[in-house]
Design a protein around this ligand. Structure first.
Ligand code: BEZ
Length: 262
């Protein structure tokens, strides 16, 4: 789930759920890897509109406890409205501290919104939040994730004289594993894999994706020029990512199951 990056992204929950529901659908596999058990306490980082948080809460049962956090006030409001019994807080993973230790920390599609320099702080916080032996299950964009979209957009911005940089952190297994180990985690499973993802919205799918997630790329472009830039990016990507009906984004996932050392 996206963490509001604090710049121009103001997530619109209805657009997020209706137009990008695949984030939750694909997240089911990450919940399976978490394998939540009755009675467990679980923290969900970047819980968005709360759909996966609610699934985890159902699995841990009445005896367990699930806390979802997200930086976006809009997402938190939506999650609370949809799931009034869930515990969802507006909080920043970089400064979150747990009052009681958790059995597991879970996160789907949020960690790539945390910058390279902030990752260590967040991992230290997650290690603190977990009991010894607790699980850390995370899926994020991996190295090369949405590379064609990023490259085409940066090239188009460069051609128009804008100075833009890659806004996300997409590490490899080899880069992220030592970070986890440095923070006291034993990595039990690590996997980088291609997951081409059909975007909702038909011919508008790429524009809709850039509209929802692309502020970090397009923040220097005035609103009056955004449509022209997006149209030009579509033209660049059409031969590779559009089949005449549907856009397919070149997602690559990085998935970890790590355990806090005793
Ligand atoms: C992702 O889930 O991989 C992702 C989503 C939006 C922007 C960048 C990456």
């Amino acid at each position: 789930m996206p963490e509001d990056d604090g710049t121009r992204n103001h997530w619109t929950p209805a657009v997020y759920d209706d137009g990008h529901g695949y984030v939750t659908e694909y997240g089911e596999a990450v919940v399976d890897l978490l394998d939540p058990k009755p009675g467990e306490r679980v923290l969900d980082i970047g819980c968005g509109t709360g759909h996966l948080t609610a699934e985890i809460a159902a699995a841990v049962d009445e005896a367990g406890d699930v806390v979802g956090i997200d930086r976006s006030a809009e997402m938190v409001r939506e999650a609370r409205e949809t799931y009034p019994d869930l515990s969802v807080q507006q909080a920043d993973a970089r400064s979150f501290s747990a009052r009681e230790p958790f059995d597991a920390v879970f996160s789907n599609a949020a960690f790539h919104w945390i910058s390279d320099v902030d990752q260590n702080r967040v991992l230290a916080g997650m290690a603190d939040a977990l009991r010894p032996g607790g699980r850390f299950v995370v899926e994020m964009g991996g190295t090369g994730n949405v590379d064609r979209i990023v490259t085409a957009t940066l090239d188009e911005l460069d051609a128009r004289g804008y100075d833009a940089t890659h806004p996300w952190y997409f590490p490899s297994v080899g880069e992220y594993t030592p970070r986890l180990e440095t923070h006291g985690f034993e990595v039990r499973r690590a996997r980088l894999f291609d997951r081409p993802t059909e975007l909702d919205g038909g011919a508008d799918g790429l524009a809709s994706w850039l509209g929802m997630f692309g502020d970090g790329l397009l923040s220097g472009v005035p609103d009056s020029e955004r449509a022209a830039v997006v149209g030009a990016v579509e033209n660049r990507l059409q031969p590779d990512l559009f089949d005449g009906e549907t856009w397919t984004a070149d997602y690559r996932r990085l998935r970890f199951l790590a355990v806090r050392s005793e």
